[in-house]
Design a protein around this ligand. Structure first.
Ligand SMILES: Cc1cc2nc3c(=O)[nH]c(=O)nc-3n(C[C@H](O)[C@H](O)[C@H](O)COP(=O)(O)OP(=O)(O)OC[C@H]3O[C@@H](n4cnc5c(N)ncnc54)[C@H](O)[C@@H]3O)c2cc1C
Length: 427
């Protein structure tokens, strides 16, 4: 038997205006933003906690949210959550930024390292306060399509296989899995040899006690592969995983986890332990939408008429970008959109678009756009952009960066290379 046919008749469990698939930071932002607009919203998350890579994946750092010269660029829900994450957990907000944008010039960048698990629980509170519904341990599977219109999504959970219908669907799985299954064009990525967890050792515990700072207890790192985002030193005999099949995901996890054990074998077993392992693969990218527009480093310093947020380069001072709504949409799939790390970016442009601060802001914009599309009776790509921008501005999002922030020399050098040389050059 080479094939089987499997059919099942399902009742509609419930209808929602907006269904958000994937509860990473982008998904929670999209759900909160749509629910606050008065839409009925369901967020489904396949794991047990919210936050995605930002919590489960142990990537607990808001990368710089400023231009590197004392001017804040990232506001909106991201600013709120960066501050919130410092309320009950530890924080690393620099003294210069503790009370908001510094009055004096500074090159100190505005970042925040947080407790991943405390932040994950705070996200539950944020979601509840917005009025959105939540299903944890619930996998979004196939979207049900009528042509290019999504009517709802099949879920798999403890309750079995179920179906929820919706007016708009936002895919924030990070991997664009639901959109891809619905036939939305996507672009596959590749991942370098990179996987890390957190170690606790007698030394890190001693440091934490000496300094009265619990954060230091978890400052040890244990790696499988430790290749950076530019792929420096990627071994020739190690594959670049796309992460698009279960076999690849398993191979990536097993290879990395075995390597971790290798590094531990020789050390004193009473002196250290693995404190946290990432509970989702540390893939930076598997798949992103082939959107109506693809943001690249060539767009540095460019204003877009349909910008939904301004963002900054987290590695290089001065570099500023605007994110067009079109990076989240496909005109030919009017009621499906994405946000977060599956937004449409190329090469280093994508790297800038996917990190936590922009992921939150694109999530916020996607939630707003989805509600607006429903109330205006149009596709997400066709919403009244001025009204959308005005609403986001009222939510404290910077839509257009001020030209006064631009440097005189606008040559864009990334990681020592000219922008044109690196476009599309890495994962
Ligand atoms: C190694 C590494 C280091 C990084 N370092 C940093 C850093 O220091 N700072 C920074 O800002 N960014 C960093 N990033 C990037 C950043 O963490 C992510 O790009 C960002 O968190 C993406 O958020 P997201 O919500 O778009 O996606 P994700 O965080 O991937 O969230 C997707 C969520 O969807 C869920 N999901 C997936 N499929 C389904 C499904 N079918 N049904 C239901 N739920 C589903 C997942 O469980 C997950 O919770 C790093 C990434 C990696 C991999």
């Amino acid at each position: 038997m080479n094939t089987v046919t499997y059919t099942k008749r399902l009742t509609v469990k419930r209808h929602y205006d907006v269904i958000v698939c994937g509860g990473g930071v982008a998904g929670v932002a999209a759900a909160v933003s749509a629910a606050k607009n008065g839409c009925s919203v369901l967020l489904m998350e396949k794991s047990n906690i919210l936050g995605g890579l930002g919590t489960l994946g142990l990537v607990n750092l808001f990368v710089p949210m400023c231009n590197g010269r004392g001017k804040q660029i990232i506001f909106g829900l991201c600013e709120r959550w960066a501050r919130l994450s410092a309320k009950y957990g530890y924080d690393t907000i620099p003294a210069e930024w503790r009370d908001g944008e510094p009055k004096e010039y500074t090159e100190k960048r505005y970042t925040q390292r947080y407790s991943p698990y405390i932040f994950a629980i705070q996200l539950i509170e944020e979601l509840e306060a917005s009025g959105a519904d939540l299903l944890l341990d619930c996998m979004a599977c196939d979207p049900i399509m009528e042509g290019n219109i999504c009517r709802g999504v099949i879920t798999e959970s403890k309750s079995g296989v179920e179906y929820y219908s919706c007016g708009m669907l936002i895919d924030t799985t990070g991997d664009c899995d639901v959109l891809r299954r619905g036939g939305v064009p996507t672009v596959a990525g590749e991942n370098f040899f990179s996987y890390f967890g957190k170690m606790i050792t007698l030394e890190t515990c001693q440091k934490a006690i000496d300094k009265g700072d619990i954060r230091l207890a978890f400052s040890g790192k244990i790696s499988g592969g430790s290749i950076n985002l530019f792929g420096d030193g990627q071994p020739a005999d190690v594959p670049r995983w796309s992460g698009l099949t279960v076999e690849e995901v398993t191979d990536y996890l097993v290879t990395n986890q075995k390597l971790m054990l290798e590094t531990l074998r020789e050390s004193d077993r009473f002196s250290r332990d693995i404190a946290m392992l990432p509970m989702m693969p540390n893939f930076r990218t598997t798949c992103r939408i082939d959107g109506d527009y693809t943001l690249t480093v060539g767009d540095c310093y460019r204003h877009f008429d349909d910008s939904v947020c301004a963002i900054n380069d987290f590695e290089h001072r001065d570099h500023l970008f605007e994110v067009p709504l079109r990076t989240l949409t496909r005109r030919d799939f009017p009621n499906m959109l994405t946000a977060g790390r599956s937004a449409s970016g190329g090469g280093y442009g994508w790297d800038l678009l996917r990190v936590i601060p922009p992921a939150i802001l694109t999530g916020q914009a996607a939630g707003e756009a989805a509600c607006r599309a429903l109330s205006e009776g149009c596709g997400a790509a066709q919403v009244n952009i001025r009204a959308l921008q005005a609403k986001l501005e009222r939510e404290n999002v910077m839509i257009h960066f001020p030209d006064s922030y631009l440097p005189e020399d606008r040559t864009v050098i990334i990681h020592g290379k000219n922008a044109a040389e690196i476009e599309g050059g890495h994962n």
